[in-house]
Ligand binder design. Structure first.
Ligand code: NI
Length: 137
């Protein structure tokens, strides 16, 4: 049996603002720069969901990609796409929606829905050059 990682790409657009409500505007601006803009701004997020496990000898799959596709659609795209993350997504009402925190939230949403025998990794691009990777550690 072989250990293989399968990847599924997805995409969502979302708006956010990075700030700490306990800091004044200057400090928020110093730390978060343009991302502290009180009027929010958007990103085109590119997501890669990676699932690692043994190839099932009967199906030849690590995981049914149709199942993974639907899971990403229901748990990620429908909840985050075209949303204002700070205002419309419960997880970010008191958590800064940085790429780091978004990757952790996505991982948590998917982890319970994928077999525990499979390893889950989230790669999230906030811009074409900035991306984060989270595997649940
Ligand atoms: Ni931003």
């Amino acid at each position: 049996m072989a250990l293989v990682t399968v990847h599924r790409k997805a995409h969502f657009n979302a708006a956010h603002r990075l700030f700490n409500p306990e800091w004044n505007d200057k400090k928020n601006n110093d730390i978060f720069g343009k991302c502290a803009n009180p009027h929010f701004h958007g990103h085109n997020y590119e997501l890669i969901v990676s699932v690692k496990g043994m190839v099932d000898p009967i199906t030849g799959f690590v995981m049914d990609m149709k199942v993974l596709k639907d899971l990403i659609k229901i748990e990620v795209e429908e909840k985050l796409d075209h949303k204002n993350l700070n205002i419309e997504v419960d997880e970010f009402k008191s958590l800064n929606p940085t790429a780091e925190n978004i990757s952790v939230v996505i991982w948590n949403k998917l982890r319970g829905k994928i077999s525990q025998e499979l390893e889950l990794t989230i790669t999230l691009y906030e811009t074409p050059r900035n991306y984060v990777v989270y595997s649940g550690e």
